[in-house]
Design a protein around this ligand. Structure first.
Ligand code: NAD
Length: 433
């Protein structure tokens, strides 16, 4: 099939590339012309494992292309995906101006029947608004269908998630659109859940809000563990081995970040409010998440006493491992706080240092994890990249001025760290951590 993807960010680029990989002819469109030029030259604007190889393969096979031109791309396509950002506004609700803008441009480009697919994460009832907008600007009354097809990929394993998803959700209004979507995803071996558009929209917000709830829940339990001497790792293991609960999203830490959970929980709270439901549970999830960052910063203060002029090494800047995404990363709050207190920070991150340069006006970066530690008064670990898990502890200790580690991701065993001569503080490991 011929597919146009409007918005070539994390989701658009992965969606377009994977659809090309399963045999479709795809054009990825973006109004950021620099990004399009980069892609045309074979450079990939984001860090996503395996994406570069797949893009190259599909461009060479003639199934994948890039363009700044929405009109021609829409006209050439049977299916048009909207994959632009839906960032949070100041009040927490989703900013849908990019979606509206694209819907309008699609309408003005229509010359034959198209299926217009909402891929961006949007509040319930956006499908209605997209349909109305397209009708309004569709001067020649060309037929079209709107479909909701929320995306569940995770940055860092996006290709695998797209190719082998737990399910594909489509919200449709007509049999014709359902048939097109079934045909499009036919090569992907998974169950397809077909709903109305509003239910599909809510599935996405409810899923992310549920996962965020799981994270805040385990962080709340971690606080009780800290105060009682229990060990959150053991508690999570005991809970997670119950198949009704499951082990995923039960890692206590500094709380969730990234471009999705914070904004999607905020948006879901706002939508619920707008239809007259006060989603108090999710408000508490937000509050626990915020408090978790403050709690960790407090720990740094307790251990370091006065941060001013102390040399602090930071490992991990991205909001999670295997991505360069810095949106809502806990590292931003922690580093900005410590800089305000006068600490001297040297950071190292395997994936996000380039993106971090756009955020921090002054921050020293190291070339590798050990270089960051030279004469450090403390090491603060903020993202659980694999390369931090296998660090040479002896070497690490020899480089630091003071062997103090504040670990927001529970990478190490407290007993082993103590034996190795470190003062080691982590999350929810009671008297041990
Ligand atoms: P992103 O910011 O990386 O990409 C959005 C792209 O859209 C940008 O490249 C931007 O230049 C482009 N764009 C904006 N307006 C445009 C226009 N008028 N015409 C053409 N291009 C335009 O965002 P993302 O992370 O890919 O997220 C996109 C959507 O997918 C969001 O709604 C997000 O919530 C959702 N989502 C994201 C993830 C994720 O892990 N990143 C996962 C699932 C769903």
């Amino acid at each position: 099939m011929r597919v146009a993807i409007i918005g070539s960010g994390y989701v658009g680029l992965v969606t377009g590339t994977c659809l090309a990989e399963i045999g479709h002819n795809v054009i990825c469109v973006d109004n950021n012309t620099a990004k399009v030029e980069m892609l045309k030259k074979g450079k990939i604007p984001i860090y996503e494992p395996g994406l570069d190889v797949l893009i190259k393969k599909n461009v060479e096979a003639g199934r994948l292309g890039f363009s700044p031109d929405i009109k021609d791309s829409v006209r050439a396509a049977e299916v048009v995906f909207i994959a632009v950002g839906t960032p949070p506004k100041e009040d927490g609700s989703a900013d849908l101006s990019y979606v509206e803008n694209v819907a309008k441009q699609i309408a003005e480009s229509l010359d034959s029947y198209k299926v217009v697919v909402e891929k961006s994460t949007v509040p319930v009832e956006t499908g209605d608004k997209v349909r109305k907008t397209i009708k309004l600007y569709n001067k020649n009354n060309i037929p079209f269908d709107v479909v909701s097809n929320p995306e569940f990929l995770k940055e860092g394993s996006a290709i695998e998630d797209f190719m082998r998803p737990d399910r594909i959700v489509i919200g449709v209004e007509t049999k014709k659109a359902e048939k097109v979507m079934r045909e499009l995803y036919k090569p992907i071996p998974t169950q397809m859940i077909v709903t109305d558009i509003k239910s599909a929209e809510i599935i996405k917000h409810a899923s992310n809000s549920f996962l965020a709830t799981k994270i805040s829940f385990i962080n709340a339990v971690a606080n009780v563990c800290e105060k009682t001497g229990a060990d959150i790792k053991k508690v999570a293991e005991g809970m997670g081995s119950d198949s009704r609960i499951g082990p995923k999203f039960l890692s206590a830490g500094i709380g969730y970040g990234g471009s999705c959970f914070p904004k999607d929980v905020d948006a879901f709270v706002k939508i619920s409010e707008s239809v007259g439901y006060d989603f108090k549970l999710l408000k508490e999830v937000q509050a626990i998440n915020k408090a978790q960052r403050t709690h960790f910063i407090k720990k740094i203060h307790e251990s370091l006493w006065v941060p001013k002029d102390k040399k602090i090494a930071v490992w991990g800047l991205s909001f999670k491992p295997n991505t360069d995404d810095m949106r809502e990363a806990p590292s931003i709050d922690v580093i900005k706080h410590l800089q305000k207190e006068g600490a001297k920070i040297t950071a190292y991150c395997p994936g996000a240092m380039e993106k971090a340069r756009e955020i921090f006006s002054s921050l020293d970066y190291a070339n590798d994890k050990y270089e960051a530690l030279k004469d450090a008064d403390a090491l603060v670990i903020l993202t659980e990249w694999d390369e931090f898990k296998n660090a040479d502890l002896g070497h690490l200790k020899s480089l630091m001025r003071n062997p103090l580690i504040l670990d927001a991701r529970n990478l190490y065993e407290p007993e082993e760290m103590r034996k190795a001569g470190f003062e080691y503080r982590c999350i929810g490991r009671g008297s041990k951590g």
